[in-house]
Ligand binder design. Structure first.
Ligand SMILES: [Zn+2]
Length: 1009
């Protein structure tokens, strides 16, 4: 994504007029040399190689950089190699392979030059293609600090549509490559999120826990930016957790002056050919040095007025810049030489630098900084231009990514539990690496966001599918090993549309259900089958209740980190009871219809067919409501509008959404295990409201699409719940699936009356400007009752009126929003028809967290259903069949989530344990209290022989990790000491994640294991 809209590098028009206007005496510099400087010679680890600065001058740190999107207008591979034909340059410029070749040779040519590189998906690929000699030269550049890695994740991930688990995984992958390749010399000190479209608080918290000393951001709301510039609060301390003890989640945050672009007229890349090169030859009639230097000094001075030390940065680069690195560097060489040469007349010193070296100077300034505790959502780059559409763009891809996160964790756990037998076994070779990389790519800020071109989105899906293939082999190998029998295991990825050839054609088959949670789960299994009656037996051979139609339904119980294998066989003796949804005949006198189980009753209005009330029967809570679907009218072709909805932007043409329908046709289905109301709103919008036996939440399974656009209107479809709850303008959304942020929309939605925590908002879009990312949940409360809706993928959501809650489920648009992707979001074929689920929980406020935390965990890491035909061979002669298995000797307590269990090395595993409750969140069962675990003899297939604690991304031992200290205005907080590590007593504070590399010894599997 380009920094300032489309093709930011290409400056239109010459700069002659502006240049002439800038001639004249250099403007006076504000007197600001009151900055404290640390004692010379003292350098924090990692900053030893930083360049010398001039303490009595304004130091302008030039940061040569390239922003290489891991897919956007072109696919990942087209960007790496440059693409072919029309993709080479016409569609979008960019060839990362050439960029890295060119940069490395330019760095070697001149020792003062520096460069920063970010995306490991590209760099690692390039690295593996180099000769030993080149690799050695690059190692030396890294050691000298001249090639600096910033961020260092596989990609620069999006922050709005990503789940924290996937963020941690992708950062771990990239940082591990750097650590393995360059050791501590290559460890990034600075996070660099210059392009993501808004910034989440959880992301900052995760970066802090990864050990970063600071972060630089490129995009923020235009009103916020202007105000911060005036107040000189472009640099601040972000307190990114309400639970973790400061400064654990404090992150120094620098907001860049010009996003990530170079200053106007100072862009010297192939793609900015309208800017004049520095000539610097006084005998040439073309010499422009004076003009450019005056301009440079002018820009520097103006920028300085918004910052607080005698250091500022200029980002010298852009999207896919430096393919001909010599162009950039030769101009920068000359600029530095000429500005510094005339230093006697100018108090400006300019130098090649890096983000870390700039950060180091800020730290040495020893100032106190303003404190920020909210986040940077939503992002607008101008009036009526809210980037809140991408929260929901490409809902099918967003769901595929979330399911893939689930499957990747299953794959990694089995790889850890079954050891080498998972990788090589009766089904061939499999591993988690390919899916891990594909998932990392999907976190990129043009991937999971849905803001790439269609051909690129297809490529992302292709990558996931290839990763699944390797993991399926691994899964079969591992299940065979752990169960002692060789089944032809297969998964049915299309169960969401009731397609599974094995269950639909077999009279007998087995169902293995693997549970990736550290606690037992009970789960309803639904499988499409042919007509008839079926007998389902649990692992101990007992028949379990099942419903045969319209799909086979039974409740499975699966142990922690383990599996249960159920057998299913068709029985011909009994006559099958088929359940077909019955049309509701409206009886006089009964205007309502109920479905209920032991815990919940849901009531429907027979006149409209809409859900009209939910009751919690145990807590005796009653909440009337109206739930239905609406759509916002997006732009139409030929319409003269300055801004339309597109892949990024949500810009409804009217603030009031239109109903999809005034009523829904409904059908009722009741069986012993499930009660469902099927609602049909229109030819393209339907929903099943479902209550399984024993379930404590109401499930709304919606199916939307293909959204018709034949009327020439783009449509953005929402599901909306309206309730008589006095919510006082507040609602709550999760941040990347983890901590909760309080959102506020003032009661009166008059323009100018909307709310932001840190500035007086001039609201131009009452709807789009109040949309926030919802990764897993959104809720509203009146202080007594709380209604929570869990999502199965990231969506945009809001509460625009008191007691109202809405989620955008799908969008289809006819216009491009002019932010560079150059294509309307008009998905055709797969992706146009989307099915998803909203899980609705009604609770008393004090106990609501226990409900939504534990349910969200079960949804994100749902059991994996695997099928096999009956009649298999033993894993090896003498093996014992095991129909039930647990990787844990004891369950973990409910407040603890097993975030990661994965192979790390030949004899090591990566283990992350997380307290999944926030401080003070649960008053019912005390789940917000600290919890202590004993890791000894915890796992059943291996023994931990040694445990080392690391920072969150596992690239530094925790004991030796240190971060730069920053002082917020509110006072300094001393860094807490790291407690000694005792595997028998691992304590987790609310919301704390602890990461370990464990040396392990796997148990010898034998026939009796
Ligand atoms: Zn980008």
């Amino acid at each position: 994504m380009t920094a300032l809209g489309r093709a930011s590098g290409v400056r239109v028009g010459g700069w002659g007029d502006a240049g002439r206007a800038m001639r004249g005496p250099p403007p006076p510099l504000p007197v600001l040399f009151v900055v404290l400087v640390a004692a010379p010679g003292t350098r924090a680890a990692g900053y030893e190689t930083c360049p010398t600065v001039q303490p009595d001058m304004l130091n302008v740190h030039l940061l040569p950089h390239t922003h290489d999107d891991v897919g956007w207008v072109k696919t990942v591979d087209q960007y790496y190699y440059g693409g072919w034909g029309q993709f080479q340059n016409e569609l979008h410029h960019g060839a990362v392979k050439n960029i890295l070749d060119s940069v490395i040779s330019a760095l070697r040519a001149e020792p003062s030059r520096r460069f920063v590189y970010v995306e490991m998906a590209f760099f690692s690929r390039w690295w593996h293609q180099q000769t030993n000699a080149t690799q050695q030269a690059v190692r030396e550049l890294v050691r000298q600090g001249r090639l600096e890695f910033a961020n260092g994740g596989w990609v620069m991930n999006d922050e709005a549509a990503t789940h924290y688990g996937a963020i941690v995984d992708q950062m771990t992958l990239g940082l591990r490559f750097l650590q393995d390749t360059f050791g501590d010399d290559g460890r990034p000190r600075v996070a660099w999120h210059i392009d993501p479209f808004g910034h989440s608080r959880e992301q900052a918290s995760l970066f802090a826990q990864m050990g970063f000393d600071g972060i630089f951001l490129g995009r923020m709301d235009y009103q916020d930016r202007e105000l911060r510039k005036k107040k000189r609060e472009m640099e601040l301390v972000w307190r990114a957790s309400a639970s973790l003890q400061p400064p654990t989640a404090d992150l120094f945050t620098g907001l860049l002056s010009n996003a990530y672009d170079p200053p106007k007229h100072l862009c010297w890349d192939l793609v900015c050919d309208h800017d004049s090169s520095m000539v610097g030859d006084p005998f040439s009639p073309e010499d422009n040095a004076d003009v450019l230097i005056d301009h440079f000094l002018d820009v520097a001075t103006k920028q300085w007025q918004s910052y607080r030390t005698n250091h500022i940065v200029m980002t010298m680069g852009g999207d896919f810049h430096y393919e001909n690195a010599h162009m950039w560097f030769s101009n920068l060489d000359k600029l530095i030489q000429l500005v510094n040469q005339q230093a006697s007349g100018s108090p400006v010193h300019v130098l090649y630098s890096t983000p870390a070296c700039y950060l180091w100077e800020l730290n040495k300034a020893n100032l106190t900084w303003s404190l920020k505790e909210d986040d940077f959502f939503p992002y607008a780059d101008g009036p009526h231009q809210f980037w809140t559409g991408y929260f929901s763009s490409r809902p099918a891809l967003k769901r595929y990514e979330r399911v893939s996160y689930n499957f990747l964790q299953v794959c990694k756990q089995l790889e850890a539990l079954a050891a080498p037998a998972a990788n090589v076994g009766p089904y061939g070779s499999g591993d988690s690496a390919l899916l891990e990389e594909a998932m990392a790519v999907l976190q990129h800020h043009d991937a999971i966001t849905g803001t790439s071109r269609q051909l690129v989105a297809d490529d992302y899906a292709r990558r996931l599918a290839a990763g699944w293939g390797r993991c399926e082999v691994l899964l079969s190998n591992a299940l065979a090993r752990l169960s002692g029998s060789q089944e032809a295991f297969s998964i049915c990825p299309e169960l969401n549309i009731s397609v599974c050839p094995l269950s639909q054609t077999s009279a007998r088959f087995q169902v293995a259900i693997y549970n990736p949670l550290a606690r037992k789960v009970d789960r309803m299994v639904r499988l499409p089958v042919s007509a008839g009656a079926f007998l389902v037996k649990d692992p101990s051979g007992h028949a379990v209740p099942s419903d045969p139609s319209p799909e086979l339904l039974f409740s499975a119980s699966v142990p922690a980190l383990g599996f249960s294998i159920y057998s299913v066989s068709r029985v011909s003796l009994r006559r099958s009871k088929t359940h077909i949804p019955q049309p509701i005949s409206q009886k006089p006198g009964s205007a309502v219809l109920n479905i209920k189980n032991e815990h919940i009753r849901a009531t429907f209005n027979l006149e409209t067919g809409f859900l009209m009330q939910i009751e919690d029967l145990e807590q005796k809570l009653v909440l009337p409501m109206n739930q239905s679907f609406f759509w916002y009218k997006a732009g139409t072709v030929g319409q003269k509008i300055s801004q339309s909805s597109g892949a990024y932007i949500f810009k409804p043409q009217q603030q009031k959404p239109l109903p999809v329908s005034d009523s829904a046709q409904i059908h009722l289905l009741k069986t012993p295990l499930v009660q469902e109301v099927h609602q049909n709103f229109s030819a393209w919008c339907a929903q099943v409201v479902r209550l399984y036996r024993g379930q404590r939440h109401l499930e709304l399974e919606w199916t939307v699409g293909p959204i018709p656009v034949g009327d020439k209107w783009g449509k953005e479809v929402i599901s909306r719940f309206d309730m008589p709850l006095d919510t006082k303008g507040y609602f709550y959304t999760d941040s990347n699936g983890r901590e909760i942020l309080k959102r506020r929309k003032k009661r009166e939605s008059r323009v100018g009356e909307n709310y932001r925590p840190t500035w007086n908002l001039n609201q131009t879009e009452p709807v789009a400007g109040n949309y926030y990312p919802v990764n897993t949940r959104i809720y509203i409360t009146d202080g007594k009752k709380q209604l929570t809706v869990l999502t199965d993928r990231s969506q945009g959501g809001s509460s625009l009126q008191d007691g109202s809650l809405e989620l955008m489920v799908h969008r289809r648009l006819l216009l491009d929003d002019n932010r560079g992707v150059g294509e309307p979001l008009l998905e055709e074929g797969s992706g146009s028809w989307v099915r998803g689920r909203h899980l609705v929980l009604l609770d008393a406020v004090g106990t609501a967290a226990a409900g939504h935390r534990l349910l969200a965990e079960k949804e994100v890491l749902a059991p994996q259903v695997v099928l096999a035909p009956s009649g298999s061979a033993l894993y090896h002669p003498g093996a014992t069949r095991q129909l039930q298995f647990s990787g844990l000797r004891r369950e973990l307590p409910p407040s603890v989530h097993l975030l990661t269990l994965a192979r790390w090395g030949p004899q090591t595993l990566l283990l992350r344990l997380e307290h999944q409750f926030a401080r003070g969140e649960d008053s019912g069962r005390n789940l917000s209290s600290p919890v202590t675990l004993n890791l000894q003899n915890l796992f059943s297939t291996f023994t931990i022989t040694r445990l080392q604690e690391t920072t969150l991304a596992a690239n530094q031992p925790r004991a030796s990790a240190s971060r730069l200290q920053w002082n917020p205005d509110t006072g300094t907080t001393p860094t807490p000491t790291v407690p000694p590590l005792d595997p028998a007593s691992i304590t987790l504070q609310p919301m704390e994640i602890r990461t370990f590399v464990a040396s392990v010894q796997w148990e010898e599997f034998n026939s009796k294991s």
